[in-house]
Design a protein around this ligand. Sequence first.
Ligand SMILES: Cc1cc2nc3c(=O)[nH]c(=O)nc-3n(C[C@H](O)[C@H](O)[C@H](O)COP(=O)(O)OP(=O)(O)OC[C@H]3O[C@@H](n4cnc5c(N)ncnc54)[C@H](O)[C@@H]3O)c2cc1C
Length: 478
Amino acid sequence: MSQTHDGQATGAIRDADVLIVGGGLSGALLAAHLLRLPGRRQVLVIEPRSELGRGEAYSAVELGHTLNGNAARMSVDPDNADDLTQWLTDYIAAGGWPESKQQPVPISELFPPRGIFGLYVQQRLAEAQAIGAQQGSTVEHVRAEVVDLQVAADSALLSLDDGQQLRGACAVLATGMFPAARTPQTQSSGLNAAAVDPWDVSAMAQLDPQATVLIIGSGLTMVDAVVSLEQAGHRGPIEVFSRHGLLPHVRRQPPAWVDFLAEDPSLRTPRQLLRALRGQCRAALVAGVDWQAPLDTVRAHIGRLWSQATDVQRRQFVRHVRPWWESHHHRSPPLSAELVARLHGEGRLRIHAASFKGLQPSAGGRLAICIRRRGEAHTGWVVGDALINSSGIEYDWRRVARPLPQQLLARGLIQPGPLALGICADPGGAVVDAQGQVASRLFAMGPPLRGMWWESTAVTDVALQAKALAVRLAALPL
Ligand SMILES: Cc1cc2nc3c(=O)[nH]c(=O)nc-3n(C[C@H](O)[C@H](O)[C@H](O)COP(=O)(O)OP(=O)(O)OC[C@H]3O[C@@H](n4cnc5c(N)ncnc54)[C@H](O)[C@@H]3O)c2cc1C
């Protein structure tokens, strides 16, 4: 018999060095770095999905569900920006992704399907495993959900949904994003139960091709949903509702632009930034340069600016700038954007600036959603045949109805991050508990750190964090 950290007798506990909770992109990249570093360590990645390295994003099976950046922007190796391009070159040469040959652009400018990107991540993990094996380091996939976690001065203990317990010298929360559709708020409105999965083409193929489809949310998930509908043979009207009615812009390949924020570190408040950015975009347009060029220089500064900002400034940003930041910065891959633009031009897809308020069944098996149009005080109903929820992510862990976030909060092992976005951590990812103590054995990376960095989700964010966190963990006394 062993004992848990709160002294309760339990069955055998399995020991390891590093426990990674979640085996999506973050978990896989962290594991790969740990394998490559000198030293011998046993890493367990606990992930209910059948494969590591994919998570929700890279489990995509449709070729039309692509990355939103071209290959040259999506390397998982912070030291080699061409890593994905090189891998993709070999993959295509070996007969993979034959459809890519229909696009007359260099491989570095292709937007790979996310499922193929998942293969790339898996291959990089497999290569790291071979290197780690030479020094006795291992990574093992434990297929389960972590439902509870306790920490002691020199270890962390995980409880899994199959009853197993794992003890490690440290644990890392790489649990990714929690879809808003799984939070109690959307569950109680019935949205989750009534909605078709934005990526489920076979479910969409069951719809009448002329069905009126209502989509809540107008970001990149909506773009994927439109691709799915097209692929499923849908040819009817699509009505899109989102608070501001803004569509993601299309990603182009802008030239380099002066890093104006590096040159003027006095620019800090959202108002100053916006004014300076608008000025730079105007200057770019006057010079005949794409406005995306100056915008793309901001990305490298976002983490610093966000972490230096006061809560009041962060709130101003979220309230006034966020919708525009999302639509201008999180841009759409060109082929998907072309489809959305075509359907919009044909009048088949309409965008409404309106917020979703509720839903109810309607006559003839249809459904009605209650909306409030922007600028109007009253609500109204819109009837459709099917509904897709692409309203995004729940970053507030207090509202995530999964056992682990709830247990971590109940045990006081975490506290909400700034603006209740994700959880609080020090700059290197060590989790801060409810009393403000920095944990010595519990870490987090990727989307859970949204509140600390604002942008903590994209491939490049996760790749950088994985590398730095691996170095920190490797230095811990095991
Ligand atoms: C649909 C979609 C498309 C995206 N497209 C792009 C893109 O084009 N470009 C870009 O830069 N970024 C994109 N992103 C963002 C980003 O790359 C992903 O969010 C990235 O997958 C983050 O990796 P992650 O491992 O932290 O999270 P996830 O990939 O979400 O993986 C987290 C994993 O943790 C597991 N997990 C959660 N809780 C537990 C638990 N208690 N116990 C065990 N396991 C648990 C989950 O099963 C999941 O597999 C996209 C995201 C999504 C959702």
